[in-house]
Design a protein around this ligand. Structure first.
Ligand code: UFG
Length: 327
């Protein structure tokens, strides 16, 4: 298929571009490189446009023969979203609205949308499936949920097909393609722990050890970024046999506490990683673990890198590569 990937220079986006190219799809990336990286761009055309620029966006999609869009471009930091809510709504909701209108005007019928576990808020069950109540506790999650509602309405009123993929905790790296996670500022646990170990980041703080979990620290479902990428490939490829609006939760179904993740990082590094205990971080639910039964059944998707040790090891290999590149 000929596909447009917005945010294809970002973390999950670039790994998905790599997977799509490997499967023989033709890919064009649309990215304004505000948080994406030139080095993460795979061997394909770049359209350097901001999704908020509706006129140019609409023009750039006309007559290109795109059969589908995978939409990653978004603001995605929970803490930042709290301080800049209007910016988050403008980018994530406004940007996606512009994209859908431009797709309709160019006659592009298929969209795969990057959604998030943050749409669920505080879980009311051990495993979060697609029907779990949606009550986001941060602005980032709100913006993604609003977009899901918008896409559902568009699908119900036209022949548009949209699939929302709700990621739990994206982690790890594709060492063969020299791709990995690089956010500035970095807020995620695994890169923060590894950079503290390598001496390339700040000392590690563990945000809260008084949660109602087995060791008092937050529990998350870490999913390898290449497994997220393969879910996107499956989602776009199966759209020929589906219609309307669909959603899938993507995780391994295994919860690891912050302390267990730090232990996996220590194993990868081969040394202790010192940390201090700080207060809880705003907007962090105690536990978030996916039920991905629907994705496994309907997309035929199976995560291949489901061990936290393998995820931490791949992230560490990537950190070492980046450190050597920058040296
Ligand atoms: N943590 C620390 N120290 C750090 C960084 C994180 O203790 O330096 C803790 C957090 O408090 C949390 C856990 O490690 O308990 C995981 O935090 P991350 O920042 O790595 O990931 P989040 O669970 O906050 O974020 C993920 C996705 C977001 C999504 C969110 C939903 O990355 O996109 O889940 O809650 F919005």
């Amino acid at each position: 298929m000929k596909l447009l990937v917005t945010g294809g220079a970002g973390y999950v986006g670039s790994h998905t571009v790599n997977a799509l190219l490997t499967q023989g799809h033709e890919v064009v990336v649309l990215d304004n490189l505000s948080t994406g990286h030139k080095w993460a761009l795979q061997d394909c055309e770049l359209i350097d446009i901001d999704l908020r620029d509706e006129a140019n966006l609409t023009k750039s999609l006309q007559g290109r023969g795109f059969e589908g869009v995978l939409h990653f471009a978004a603001k995605s930091l929970v803490g930042e979203s709290k301080n800049h809510p209007a910016m988050y709504y403008q980018n994530n909701v406004g940007g996606t609205t512009n994209l859908v209108r431009a797709m309709q005007s160019a006659g592009i019928p298929r969209l795969v949308f990057s959604s998030t576990a943050a749409i669920f808020g505080n879980p009311v069950s051990d495993f979060i499936d697609e029907e779990h109540p949606k009550a986001p506790i941060n602005v980032y999650g709100q913006t993604k949920l609003v977009v899901e509602h918008m896409l559902k309405a568009v699908c119900e009123s036209s022949a548009f097909i949209a699939t929302c993929l709700r990621y739990f905790n994206a982690a790890g790296a594709n060492n063969e393609a020299n791709l990995g996670e690089w956010h500035e500022p970095e807020t995620h646990l695994i890169p923060n722990a590894l950079r503290a170990a390598a001496g390339t980041g700040n000392p590690l703080t563990l945000f809260g050890d008084d949660y109602p979990t087995s060791d008092g620290t937050c529990v998350r479902d870490y999913i390898h970024v290449d497994d997220l990428a393969s879910a996107h490939v499956a989602a776009i490829e199966q759209m020929d046999s589906s219609s309307g609006f669909n959603s899938f939760n993507l995780g391994n179904g295994n919860g690891y506490s912050v302390k267990e993740v730090i232990a996996a990082c220590e194993k990868a590094v081969g040394a202790d990683i010192p940390y201090t205990i700080g207060p809880r971080r705003d907007g962090d639910p105690a536990t978030l673990v996916a039920s991905s039964a629907k994705a496994r059944n309907d997309l035929g998707w199976t995560p291949k890198h489901d061990s936290i040790d393998e995820i931490a090891q791949s992230a560490w290999n990537w950190e070492c590569y980046r450190r050597d590149q920058l040296a």
